[in-house]
Design a protein around this ligand. Structure first.
Ligand code: SAM
Length: 387
């Protein structure tokens, strides 16, 4: 019998009203400081440094508002550090002679339409130009879930397959934008009772692959399911009966949601300022309640015809926190198209790639996905189209 879920959705979320006041107050303090010193700078968006419990505001060259020339740190409304004023002035002098900044060269906002593509993501991703997608959110097929991943003979082969896919993801992602990957360690079935059981550390092995490809690690979010969710796998039953030390095995009720950013030397502030549509930035503020910690309590989802869907609520959080309205959200392992349904609902465009015709048909049969009028094509057709 399944245990009752131990939490209600969102139960741990602190409910606070969205208030932009702190950042504005911080800007006011820095502006006052700059005016008193007669330093002609404009200000970057204040960033909160939670490790040191202080705010950091970059000072920008005023003639183009792009080049950081210094920084000010604020703790409890007091300036606790500022870059050397002589250096700031020198840098302002230098940057005003430099050629005008190229704005947003890598961010492609061509109106690439939403698409559902039947095909192998390794082929499809190659067809898109760099900077096509502004967010990638995906959950790869499980290593041991055949025939989902039938071509992988062994775990090394599986990791090579993922490396190829994420190389394609790196290529299509805009500079400084986010890749969010949902995986979890995989328990291998024992061939017989006397064989050792093996648990494959997929998120940790994938982490090495992603950072080598050039993704910067940003966050490790834990998706926590209710306690009953893991018991049916059988892990931990032996210990529950015998209570012998060394036999202890934790029942797994979590999955990893790892967050990476395509490598760049630019601050996130740069992505915000260089967005070609400032209204989209304004309209995408996350108002009301939001997750404050890296533990997200969400019930798992089930689909009668697909064994491994993720919940809409997970996709909703990721898409709201890591993209703007109008952005293009891509899922190279689209399955039933959960990412696309939620992206469309949140006014984002989407590209869903799925290689299994039966799973692809779930997408094209789904009115909640099709209401966003995606183009539907298979790889052969798609490879011949002009983007
Ligand atoms: C874990 S499922 C994703 C489910 C999805 N998140 C959802 O909510 O429906 C992984 C999917 O990747 C698909 N897949 C596996 N290899 C693929 C490839 N090379 N290209 C595209 N899709 C692939 C599988 O058929 C499977 O539907």
């Amino acid at each position: 019998m399944h245990a009752q879920p131990l939490f209600l959705e969102n139960a741990a979320v602190e409910r606070t009203e969205y208030s932009p006041a702190p950042a504005e107050k911080i800007r006011g303090i820095v502006m006052q400081w700059a005016n008193a010193k007669s330093v002609k700078v404009s200000l970057g968006l204040p960033e909160y440094d939670d490790r040191n419990d202080q705010w950091r505001v970059s000072l920008l060259a005023p003639h183009n508002g792009q080049d950081p020339v210094g920084e000010v740190w604020i703790k409890e409304d007091q300036i606790v550090f500022s870059s050397d004023l002589r250096l700031i002035e020198k840098r302002i002098g230098k940057t005003s002679k430099s050629p005008p900044h190229k704005v947003g060269t890598e961010i492609s906002f061509r109106p690439i339409p939403s698409r559902l593509i039947l095909g192998d993501a390794r082929d499809v991703l190659e067809e898109y130009p760099p900077g096509t997608a502004q967010l990638i959110f995906t959950s790869p097929p499980y290593f041991n879930a055949k025939p989902e991943c039938f071509e992988c003979q062994d775990y090394e082969g599986y990791l090579d397959f993922l490396r190829e896919i994420f190389e394609g993801c790196y290529h299509v992602l805009s500079e400084g934008r986010f890749l969010v990957v949902n995986t979890s360690p995989v328990l291998m079935k024992r061939p017989h009772r006397n064989a050792l059981s093996k648990r494959l550390p997929v998120p940790y092995d994938l982490h090495g692959i992603l950072t080598k490809l050039g993704f910067d690690f940003i966050d490790d979010i834990i998706w926590e399911k209710p306690e009953g969710a893991g018991w049916n796998i059988g892990r931990g039953r032996r210990f529950a009966a015998d209570r012998q030390p060394l036999q202890y095995k934790a029942v797994s009720v979590t999955e990893n949601v790892m967050v990476y950013r395509k490598a760049t030397d630019k601050l996130i502030d740069w992505n915000l300022r260089n967005h070609p549509n400032p209204d989209a930035v304004k309209n995408s503020l996350i108002e009301g309640e939001y997750e404050k910690t890296n533990i997200w309590k969400i019930h798992p989802a089930h689909h009668k015809a697909h064994p491994a869907v993720f919940p809409e609520l997970l996709a909703e959080r990721v898409i709201r926190y890591y993209s703007f309205a109008g952005d293009l959200v891509l899922d190279p392992f689209a399955g039933t198209g959960t990412t696309g349904r939620v992206a469309g609902k949140l006014d984002r465009r989407f590209i869903m790639i799925e290689k299994d015709p039966d799973y692809f048909a779930i997408q094209t049969d789904n009115p909640d996905l099709m209401m966003h009028r995606p183009q539907v094509c298979d790889y052969e057709y798609f490879a011949g189209t002009i983007l």
